[in-house]
Write a protein that binds this ligand. Sequence first.
Ligand SMILES: C[S@@+](CC[C@H](N)C(=O)[O-])C[C@H]1O[C@@H](n2cnc3c(N)ncnc32)[C@H](O)[C@@H]1O
Length: 315
Amino acid sequence: MLTAVVDEALRTYGKETALLRVLPENRYNRRMFPAQGQYDWFSGQALYCLVRHLRPRQVVEISCANGYSSLFMALALRENASGVLETFELSAKNARGAQENFRRFGVEACVRLHVGDARRTVREIPLEKTGLLFLDSLHSEAFARWYLETLLPRLEARVPVHIHDILPPRARVRHFHGPPFRGGWTVSWLYRAAVRLLRPGQFEHTRIPAGAVRAHNGRLAYDGNHFAEARFLNCLVERLVPGDYAYLYDLADRYPELGPRDFDRQAVGRKNADDQPMEWNESLWCYAGPLTAAYRAVEVGAAAAAVTSPAETRA
Ligand SMILES: C[S@@+](CC[C@H](N)C(=O)[O-])C[C@H]1O[C@@H](n2cnc3c(N)ncnc32)[C@H](O)[C@@H]1O
């Protein structure tokens, strides 16, 4: 059971995470993390504890930006006194910031940083040795298909895989300056226009069906999954047995002794259904083998449907 593994990791190593508070305290420090580290406190605690508990000899991260999430893993590897983090980043500027942070936190010996498109540079490492895979990169369905076809099948079946920016479909949350657009038509229109201009490849959250967001009538139906990757992955999770995956959104409140909500008030862009700042902990953990199998089953189903539907149409 993946939830049981996370639980054991947090109960065994959770007390060490007090030393990591320097990370969330600096999460919005633009001199340290100009690209803005986007990883919530409880998610970071769980990540650190899993690396401590599982003691992987190789951790793979795609992508690190300025190294915010990487630091949780690298500090755990340093504490383990074994293992290496192979991390990949497209932007040379982000990678320079990450390298500086690895030096600042004294973990450069535990990290190897690969600069360039991970779809190419990942060939630089022996993927089969991976004991934990962390994904937080381009949040498109095409990118998800790439890692589901290229990376996951090469891992051992019980390797834990983390995918960021995914909430359970039952989650009920609010976004400021995003869906549900509460700032009136001007803010929402301007925001959408700006994102469309600046990040055209990532503007997939426009596709949220209008009916999903009813902000003002008490029937909030927004689950926070505004990326195509998230919606696609949630379709695959439907095919998994409960023991093979865990949403950290569901787990954060189970460990009050670790202070998982201590940084909720500084959450940027994230609120709960009651309009209070909240770290969503939008992290999905699952095992590589079952997720790969779910993907293959969906693909086989889609291929079969494509073959049979013309005949059905003729009949
Ligand atoms: C959401 S950020 C990662 C945040 C990081 N995990 C953190 O904790 O701050 C996504 C990163 O993916 C990188 N990226 C996008 N496409 C990529 C690709 N094809 N290969 C490698 N990195 C990529 C972007 O440059 C960006 O820095």
